[in-house]
Design a protein around this ligand. Structure first.
Ligand code: CP
Length: 319
């Protein structure tokens, strides 16, 4: 594997899940693989899970790790081309990315969408410039449009906890007070559509009208606007808030009735509930679910380590 920015970088999802589960059983089996290799971890926004799980995964493989919150600790970064840098920005991404490539064998980067200009966000300008200029393999720790390590961990969690061969998995929109990126739902849809193609799941998306995701991430997904109809008989539910893609970055409704609680789960087939975290209790998801055995959110966060470790292992093997 030369880079990891979406499910498109994975040839066989089923095999990668099995590899992650093998690493979970034997975390230090490949400790020699990363010896004298350095992972640079770059953040342009806050993180708990991604930051710690990626470091732990790299350390399990014997790598050295350097972490930089470049938005706070680095020089103010210019990402546009062709501008005279006579304003607040001090360092251009063209030089910064190349310099990171001098110190690191692999880079892992988290950026974020501005949610103002859809083309700018969906062109993944910052991310693609790091890939172009760093000269080393790049792992996405969440970009403006995708969060592939999260979805990989979600699929690992589903595989571990499924009670039927091909579980029904439902992605449901949830309310929030702020407009949130589409990266988690985009990537979850992309991974579940691939898992559906590989016969692993039956995938359904539900949201109020106006919250349709970009079609490029939902090939083969069934979209059902009635949440009750969508979650009926579900084995796994993934509630997540996102802002509108078509009316870009907007919150279109308060979403009354869309928050799930234990009572609402009665029509499912004893569904387990996933969430990438952080989650706002009793706004995005009922606290009664989070405090129950129906919730898998902590196990899911734990699986972020094995997702990152499987990806880093594949990249190290390709160096
Ligand atoms: N799920 C997730 O990416 O969490 P963090 O933002 O804390 O890394």
């Amino acid at each position: 594997m030369k880079q990891f920015t979406s499910v498109k970088d994975v040839t066989n999802v089923k095999e990668l899940v099995q590899e992650a589960l093998a690493l979970k059983s034997n975390p230090y089996a490949h400790k020699a693989l990363g010896t004298n290799r350095t992972l640079g971890v770059i953040f342009l926004n806050p993180s708990l899970r991604t930051r710690l799980s990626t470091q732990k995964a790299a350390m399990n493989l014997g790598m050295n790790v350097m972490v930089m919150n470049i938005d706070k600790e680095g020089w103010a970064l210019e990402t546009r081309d062709g501008v005279v840098m006579d304003g607040a920005t001090v360092e251009h991404i063209r030089e910064a990315a190349r310099v990171f490539g001098q110190y690191c064998d692999v880079l892992a980067i988290r950026s974020f969408p501005g949610l103002k200009n859809r083309d700018e966000d969906y062109n993944e300008e910052i991310f693609n410039k790091f890939i172009t200029f760093s000269g080393v393999p790049v792992v996405s720790l969440e970009s403006a449009t995708l969060h592939p390590l999260q979805s990989f961990a979600d699929l690992i969690t589903i595989e571990e906890h499924k009670k039927v061969e091909k579980p029904k998995v439902v992605l449901t929109w949830a309310p929030h007070v702020k407009p949130l990126p589409q990266s988690v739902p985009n990537t979850f849809a992309e991974w579940m559509c691939r898992a559906q193609q590989e016969g692993l799941v039956d995938f359904v998306i539900t949201h109020p009208e106006g919250y349709e995701l970009a079609e490029q991430f939902t090939p083969g997904a069934r979209i059902v606007y009635n949440q009750d109809e969508a979650i009926k008989g579900a084995h796994f539910i993934y509630p997540k808030s996102w802002s509108s893609y078509h009316d870009y970055g907007k919150v279109l409704s308060k979403g009354e009735g869309w928050m799930l609680n234990l009572e609402r789960l009665a029509i499912t087939d004893q569904a387990k509930v996933l969430h990438c975290l952080p989650v706002r209790r009793d706004l995005e998801l009922g606290a009664d679910i989070l405090d129950s055995t129906e919730s898998l959110v902590i196990e899911e966060a734990g699986n972020r380590v094995w997702a990152a470790q499987a990806v880093l292992k594949r990249i190290l093997e390709s160096l």
